[in-house]
Each structure stands twice: as structure tokens, then as C-alpha cells.
Ligand binder design. Structure first.
Ligand SMILES: Nc1ncnc2c1ncn2[C@@H]1O[C@H](COP(=O)(O)OP(=O)(O)OP(=O)(O)O)[C@@H](O)[C@H]1O
Ligand SMILES: [Mg+2]
Length: 412
């Protein structure tokens, strides 16, 4: 898996950018604000259609884009299973006069102003496609100091980790996840209607329960299998932190799944509702949803299901979110990302591109060495830092090294 060439237009601080990447590790170093994270972000966007740093696509369009409506463009020439593929993502501001400089008519006193949302458009080999179609062409694993939140942050962060990793691997997962999320939105709306109008029969929830269970069970079954493979990879890691405790992640469902056995063996893509394990999860989930109706009605929201599940990341059995030091949490987060890369390689037969943004500055020498070994061992890694000196001579010898200055990569 490789990103051979990256071209940007009006993306973040880059009015224009063009670079051909060599295989193996690429080091990009430069001052704070030089645009290193912008480049990593563009590469990750091509892999997942999302930014690792911002949930608002508007942030990605250059503030000084001279066009109206404003847009940003990222094009990646990639190599996937020895085949070239061109992925393009355009971020397009809707028409009209909604530019950042001229946000249109001022809102009335009680009327909050919502700028129209920026749309993502995807093209594969020049053909317009649905945005979800880009998943799986360029698989990437991203790590940055903020990723400590994967361990230290709220459960939502860990669900997103599983969802993004699985979405890159398994289209059936994406489909089930979307359908489940839609069903929950509908079910929650119905819960609020029932709460407001107690004369309505509770059986109005039945179709949404059925829909949520059918798709939610696939989501849970896929996650269980993925977590079991992540643990396999975590167990095989030595050296994430020399002398550090072994790391494990346990799926904590909001539904009682104690009776469910997760079969050994590789992750299988494309599970469906008829799979025996999915059927077993579905019946556990259906029971839990029925039992939870009273509480759900009180809360006006659905309290059980994969959208409420979590992962507990432990080192030597100790919950790292609660009891890990900041450095231990960072190490555990890094280990999770390495395990994610293993899982991707196992399922797709190709190693993902590693995007390691500014990780060195926060790591001790042993962990830096581990990261360098990882970056050398994969097909392609893009590694950033604020100075060349954070990388060892050996690593610099193995890597293509560039300094990012005034928006250009200069061989260093
Ligand atoms: N939409 C945008 N348009 C123009 N400039 C932007 C936009 N978004 C961010 N920037 C600017 O891009 C610059 C580069 O940011 P980036 O985070 O890539 O730097 P960096 O090299 O990673 O720095 P650091 O070493 O501090 O992590 C910042 O100065 C930021 O203000
Ligand atoms: Mg940065």
C-alpha cells in the first residue's frame, strides 16, 4: 500500500502542493506551523475521507482561497495491490455568497447563524463516486500526540477507533453501522414522541428495535472479532515500551454478551445477519432493548447497543484510562495503533501507510527506537518532527528526509 504522489490545491495553508513520495519512510521536519500536520491530514483524508484533526470540513479549505464558492482539492496517486489508483477528494463550499469573508445576510437576533456545510466529493480514477467508495483503496494508520485520547478520553473516542479501522477494512461493517445509526435516530425520535404522548402504544418502538438489532448485531459481532485479533497482535508486540507491561483491550458491551463465544481465526469480512454469531448477539441485544424500554423512555434516548459500548485498555490488567500515567497511556495508545496496522495487513494482505505526526518529541529513547523500527518495517511511513535531530542517524539513513519550509519540501 503506497501513496506515490500527493497534490493539493487550497488545502489548509497550501495554495498548491505537489510531491512524489519514495517507498519506505519519509521524514518531514520543519518549524511549528510549517504545515507538517496539514500534509499528514491530507494523506489521511484520502484514506478515510475524514480529517484526524477537525470534524468540520470547512476548516480544511484555505482561508485565502481566491475562488467563490471556495474549495479545496486533494489528489493521491496510490498503489493498492500492485494497481495504480487515483483518489481525489474535493471539499466544496455550496454556491451562493457564503464565503468566509462575506457570510451572507446577518442572522436575526434570535436566529443562530449556521454557515452552509461544506460537501465532500470523491473521484476514483477521475470518476465521481459516493464518498464511502474511497474506503479501502489507501489504508492508513495515523498516530499523533493527541491520540493519547484513544486511551485517556471518553468511550466515544474508542468506538470511533474501531469504527474507522473497520470501515477501512470491511464495507459490510460500514453499511451495518450506518443502518444502525439511522435506526437509533428514528428510535430516539419515537421514544420522545411516546414520552410526550403517553396514549401512544409502546409497540410503536417494535420496528425500530428490530432494525437496530438487525444491524447493531452485525456491528457488535464485527467489533468482537476485530478486538480478538487486536489482542492477538498486542500479545505479539514486544518493545512498544521495553520492560513495559503487556497491553490488552477488552470490549465492554452495554448488552450482556457473556454467552457469546468469539471464534478464533482471522477477521472475516462481509458478515451478514444470518451468521450464527450475529444471530446470538442479535438475540442478546433484542432482550436488552426490550428490558431497557422503560429507562429509554425516561431518558428519551436509547441506552443499550453498540453506540454505548466501550473498550477497556489495560496494561498488566490495570485500566489505563483510570490509572495509567500520561506516558503509559500514550504507550498503550501507540500499541493499539500498531495492532490496528497488524489487523489491516492481516485482512487486506497489504501493510497500511503509517502516518506518524510529531510522535517522537513525546517519546523516550526506547519508544522512539520502536517507532523507527515500525516505520522501516512497513511499505511506507510518513513521519514528521520539528527537527531532524529527533530521528536517529540510522533512521535518517533509511529514510527520505525533507525539510518543509515556505510550503515546499526541500531535500535535507
Ligand atoms: N484553513 C486554513 N487555511 C490557511 N491556513 C490554515 C488553515 N488551517 C490551518 N492553517 C494554518 O496552517 C499552519 C500549519 O499548521 P500545521 O498544524 O500543519 O503545522 P505543523 O507544521 O504541524 O506545526 P507543529 O510543529 O506546531 O505541529 C498553521 O499556522 C495554521 O494556522
Ligand atoms: Mg503538527
Amino acid at each position: 500500500m503506497r501513496l506515490r504522489h500527493l497534490a493539493l490545491a487550497h488545502f489548509r495553508r497550501f495554495a498548491a502542493f505537489d510531491h512524489a513520495f519514495a517507498p519506505g519512510p519519509t521524514i518531514i521536519w520543519g518549524d511549528n506551523g510549517a504545515g507538517k500536520s496539514n500534509l499528514v491530514e491530507a494523506a489521511y483524508l484520502l484514506a478515510t475521507s475524514r480529517s484526524p484533526y477537525s470534524s468540520s470540513e470547512r476548516d480544511l479549505i484555505a482561508w485565502d482561497c481566491p475562488h467563490r464558492p471556495a474549495f479545496a482539492r486533494t489528489i493521491g496517486d496510490c498503489e493498492s495491490h500492485s494497481r495504480p489508483v487515483r483518489i481525489e477528494i474535493r471539499l466544496v463550499e455550496p454556491g451562493g455568497n457564503h464565503s468566509l469573508a462575506d457570510p451572507g445576510a446577518a442572522p436575526g437576533p434570535d436566529e443562530p447563524y449556521h454557515p452552509p456545510s461544506v460537501r465532500r466529493r470523491a473521484l476514483i480514477d477521475g470518476q465521481p463516486k459516493a464518498i464511502g467508495e474511497i474506503l479501502g483503496h489507501l489504508n492508513a494508520v495515523h498516530f499523533s500526540p493527541e491520540e493519547v485520547e484513544l486511551v485517556a478520553g471518553p468511550g466515544e473516542r474508542r468506538r470511533r477507533f474501531l469504527d474507522i479501522a473497520l470501515s477501512q477494512l470491511d464495507r459490510a461493517y460500514v453499511r451495518s453501522l450506518r443502518r444502525f445509526q439511522r435506526a437509533i435516530v428514528q428510535r430516539n425520535a419515537m421514544l420522545r414522541r411516546l414520552r410526550d404522548d403517553p396514549a401512544l402504544p409502546r409497540t410503536q418502538l417494535d420496528p425500530w428495535d428490530a432494525e437496530a438489532v438487525a444491524h447493531g448485531a452485525v456491528v457488535i459481532a464485527c467489533r468482537l472479532r476485530a478486538v480478538s485479533r487486536l489482542n492477538e497482535a498486542l500479545a505479539s508486540l514486544d518493545g512498544t515500551a521495553p520492560g513495559a507491561a503487556p497491553i490488552r483491550a477488552d470490549y465492554v458491551p452495554s448488552v450482556d454478551l457473556r454467552a457469546i463465544n468469539v471464534p478464533d481465526g482471522p477477521y472475516i469480512r462481509g458478515w451478514d445477519e444470518g451468521d450464527p454469531q450475529v444471530v446470538a448477539v442479535a438475540s442478546a441485544m433484542a432482550r436488552a432493548m426490550t428490558a431497557s424500554r422503560g429507562r429509554d423512555l425516561g431518558a428519551g434516548t436509547t441506552l443499550v447497543g453498540p453506540h454505548r459500548d466501550d473498550l477497556v485498555v489495560r496494561a498488566a490488567g490495570i485500566d489505563q484510562r483510570l490509572y495509567g500515567s500520561r506516558g503509559q497511556q500514550r504507550t498503550a495508545a501507540l500499541a493499539m495503533k500498531v495492532a490496528e496496522a497488524h489487523l489491516m495487513a492481516e485482512v487486506t494482505g497489504e501493510k497500511p501507510v503509517l502516518l506518524l505526526d510529531d510522535v517522537m518529541s513525546e517519546l523516550d529513547p526506547g519508544r522512539r527506537q520502536f517507532v523507527e523500527a515500525l516505520a522501516i518495517d512497513t511499505d511506507q511511513a510518513i513521519v514528521t518532527g520539528t527537527e531532524a535531530a529527533v530521528f536517529s542517524d540510522r533512521f535518517r539513513g533509511a529514510a527520505s528526509t525533507y525539510r518543509l519550509q515556505h510550503g515546499n519540501l526541500v531535500r535535507a
